[in-house]
Design a protein around this ligand. Structure first.
Ligand SMILES: [Mg+2]
Length: 185
């Protein structure tokens, strides 16, 4: 099976680093950070008042933000375990349109935490519907694009995507989810 795995919010912990960075800068802000468990919109800046959204964006577009994201617990082991089971696993990620720091640092992150073999497994695209696969594990509630995808979207469970229908996976239950679905083991 060809498994596409999203990077931010699935492998790399975007939410905690954004929150920590905002909190560290609190004296200069008039709004407390939105804690990861309180997040409700897919795009983090949409959980902040409109006049603060540029400040949120400045955090995640700054040099070093993507490079220094911590891995989500269990994510790296799960990728290796999927590969060991014989699956073809690719990291399928959409960079920010403000790409200057994001793109290179996404590759650096994978190299640092998973190594060169996984750098070669990266698919970087703004439209994931153009990528073939059997399943796409992604925290975005609705993944859309120019084509009807060949993959089935399995939602990676996060507080901000609770409205999304369908299968819901996290790194504590992924073997159960894949194992119980016909053809996915
Ligand atoms: Mg994501």
């Amino acid at each position: 099976m060809l498994i596409l795995v999203d990077q931010d919010g699935v492998l790399a912990d975007f939410e905690h680093r954004l929150y920590q960075t905002w909190q560290q800068a609190t004296p200069t802000h008039e709004h407390p950070g939105v804690a990861p468990h309180e997040r409700r919109h897919f795009y983090a800046k949409d959980d902040y008042p409109e006049h603060l959204r540029d400040a949120v964006q400045r955090i995640y577009t700054a040099p070093g933000f993507f490079r220094n994201l911590p891995p989500i617990d269990g994510a790296l082991d799960a990728l290796q375990a999927m590969l060991a089971r014989g699956h073809d696993v690719r990291i399928c990620t959409s960079p920010l349109t403000l790409y200057q720091n994001c793109v290179g640092e996404k590759y650096e992150w994978v190299d640092r935490h998973l190594g060169a073999e996984w750098v070669a497994r990266m698919v970087v695209t703004k439209d994931k519907t153009l990528v073939h696969g059997d399943i796409l594990i992604d925290d975005k509630p609705h993944v859309t694009g120019a084509r009807t995808p060949t993959w089935q979207h399995v939602v990676y469970n996060q507080p901000y995507n609770q409205q999304a229908p369908g299968l819901r996976l996290h790194w504590g239950n992924w073997q159960e989810i894949l194992g119980t679905h016909p053809g996915w083991d």
